[in-house]
Design a protein around this ligand. Structure first.
Ligand code: AGP
Length: 596
């Protein structure tokens, strides 16, 4: 995915666009560029981060422009392949997020017609098609262009002779920010919050014409669409670092608040029976990617334990191509961004199969909300760090709420049990706060991981997925190869890899697997692997078989994934920091993956 921004208004367009690009940088950061209309159309691009682009540009005087930060899909990360692209006469500029699937055929045809291409990207066909169809009306040219294009896009274009920006959307996010005498386009609301909290979410198939005073949305047949703006509740401060060295650390420390907010209102809805689902279901399927997939795996344990409903978990990228069984489980899509291409496709597939669909997402106005029957918003606030943290623990809260709700409907839990569990959930911000209070101890304990090339994360039962999540966090931000394993599986192969230079992080809570976990840890100790244990406060037996130990507060085992997750997030963060890694912008990754 990429980040796009467009501005029309009285401010200096270059400043607004560079500011917006910095806020969108988490979406992609291998190259960036801006195009500004001043006395002429000026364009600047750089390979690398936005700061490099900003320092290499002169000050430009113009009030209309577009900008782009790229996550390469088609064509190497390079200055040449950075957006915006210009037409042959240098009068039209285009930025694009998505994939033009028929770009090769279009490029061939355009080259035969005399157009000169300067990049390897799919996007460049858009600007040459606009040039071909432009007869004084850029919006008309855009509509003609889209007729020839197959693929997905959020795209914004400008012409040097006009004071307008035109845009289109298909399966990639695009938001309009409505200001006073100024308007903006952006890939998400974090880039418009400095100027306005009024947003119009553009839908698939729509095109838009925007100038400083007016925004007109057209449907796919060219009819004007009336839409009320949405008032965004996130603030500028929510989307800034607030004194923390990295967004990831800030977001880890925001978890008590994020968890509190994710419960806000939901517990009342749970009490009055209006939360998420309204009828009993024979089975549940949870579908997601990456970290959200791990939340789904925890969700399976929760739903089966609380509601006794058979639950399966599938990767969205597999589910969408699977044969299906003819059964119709309640199909729940977990996606913090609401924009992951595989998860969106899975939602469409689930509906095609006739399943009732529910989405759990953090982003109001995201595409997933339009692909499902009902939505639960996790309300964790904006997450900028590429590594998901607070949105994950908020997803876990959603899984507890869903488990309790399903249990209520089929009377699988008594009133007292529900009351006890919801009261514990209310206390979750305190449990998490107590883990955060120990961050200095974690910082010291990770020294054994810092020089490692390989690390194993072991857990059992509901905390097996917690340790898969720990391994994913560590590899994505520290570049250490890490594997999460169900501790009982170690002896079936991976034990062969353990040596004194292969540290093992082991989670061990006081549940029915405790004794087994202690024996698994002892097996590891016998191979001389250094052990960093995560245990429940006061567990001296665990301390005795480990080289270092960090503690979570005593908590009911079913709720332990939340504080344990915060612990593995801190372990990963401090390890990556000590290795000097670019924590908020890990190489080759982007915050949400809108390609499949
Ligand atoms: C998380 O740290 C990862 N960056 C990634 O695995 C992510 O969880 C995955 O791409 C799914 O994203 P989503 O929740 O926005 O759908």
């Amino acid at each position: 995915m990429c980040g796009i921004i467009g501005y029309a208004g009285p401010r200096n367009a270059q400043e607004v666009i560079l500011d917006g690009l910095k806020r969108l940088e988490y979406r992609g950061y291998d190259s960036a560029g801006v195009a500004i209309v001043g006395r002429s159309l000026e364009i600047y691009k750089e390979k690398g981060e936005i700061s490099k682009l900003a320092s290499s540009m002169p000050s430009l005087d113009g009030h209309l422009g577009v900008g782009h930060t790229r996550w390469a899909t088609c064509g190497q990360p390079s200055k040449m392949n950075a957006h915006p692209f210009l037409d042959c006469k240098g009068r039209i500029a285009v930025v694009h997020n998505g994939i033009i699937e028929n770009h090769q055929a279009l490029r061939k045809q355009l080259v035969e017609e005399g157009h000169v291409f300067t990049s390897e990207t799919d996007t460049e066909v858009l600007v040459h098609l606009l040039e071909k169809h432009y007869k004084g009306d850029l919006h008309a040219a855009l509509r003609e262009t889209l007729r020839e294009v197959k693929g997905t896009y959020a795209t914004v274009a400008l012409h040097v002779d006009s004071h307008q920006l035109v845009a289109a959307r298909k399966e990639n996010p695009l938001v309009v920010g409505l200001g006073h005498g100024e308007n903006l386009f952006a890939s998400d609301v974090t880039a418009i919050l400095n100027y306005t909290n009024k947003a119009l979410y553009i839908m698939d198939g729509e095109t838009v014409v925007l100038d400083p005073q007016n925004v007109t949305i057209y449907d796919h047949e060219g009819r004007i669409v009336e839409r009320e703006p949405h008032v965004v509740t996130w603030t500028v401060e929510d989307a800034q670092k607030g004194g923390y060295e990295h967004y990831m650390l800030k977001e880890i420390f925001e978890q008590p608040t994020a968890i509190h907010n994710s419960l806000l209102g939901s517990l009342e809805e749970l009490e009055n029976g209006s939360l998420m689902v309204d009828q009993d279901v024979p089975s549940v399927k949870l579908v997601a990617c990456g970290t959200s997939y791990h939340a789904s795996m925890v969700g399976k344990y929760i739903i089966e334990a609380l509601a006794k409903i058979p639950t399966t978990v599938e990767l969205a990228s597999e589910y969408r191509y699977s044969p299906g069984t003819g059964e119709n489980p309640l199909t729940v899509m977990l996606t913090q961004s609401g924009e992951t291409a595989d998860t969106l496709a899975a939602a469409r597939e689930a509906r095609r199969r006739g399943c009732r669909t529910l989405a759990v997402t953090n982003v109001v106005g995201s595409t997933i909300a339009r692909e499902v029957d009902s939505v639960f918003y996790t309300n964790a606030g904006p997450e900028i760090g590429v590594a998901a943290t607070k949105t994950y623990t908020a997803q876990l809260m959603a899984m507890y709420l869903l488990g309790i709700r399903l249990a209520q409907i089929r009377h699988a839990m008594g009133r007292d049990e529900v009351r006890e569990l919801t009261s514990d959930l209310r206390g979750m911000p305190r449990y998490v706060g107590s883990v955060l209070d120990r961050s200095q101890q974690v910082n010291e304990a990770v020294d054994m991981l810092v020089p490692a090339q390989d690390v194993f994360f072991l857990g059992r039962n509901i905390n097996y997925p917690t340790m898969l999540e720990g391994a994913l966090k560590l590899k994505e931000i520290s570049y250490i190869h890490a594997e999460g394993y169900a501790a009982g599986e170690l002896k079936h192969g991976p034990l062969a890899l353990l040596t004194k230079s292969t540290p093992v992080v082991a989670a061990c809570v006081k549940d029915h697997t405790y004794e087994k976990m202690i024996s698994n840890i002892s097996e590891v100790a016998a191979r001389n692997s250094p052990i960093l244990a995560i245990g429940v406060e006061g567990d001296t037996d665990l301390a005795a078989v480990s080289d270092a130990i960090v503690y979570i507060p005593p908590i009911s085992p079913i709720l332990s994934p939340v504080p344990l997750t915060v612990m593995v997030q801190l372990i990963s963060y401090y390890t990556a920091k000590k290795r000097g890694c670019p924590i908020d912008k890990p190489r080759n990754l982007a915050k949400s993956v809108t390609v499949d």
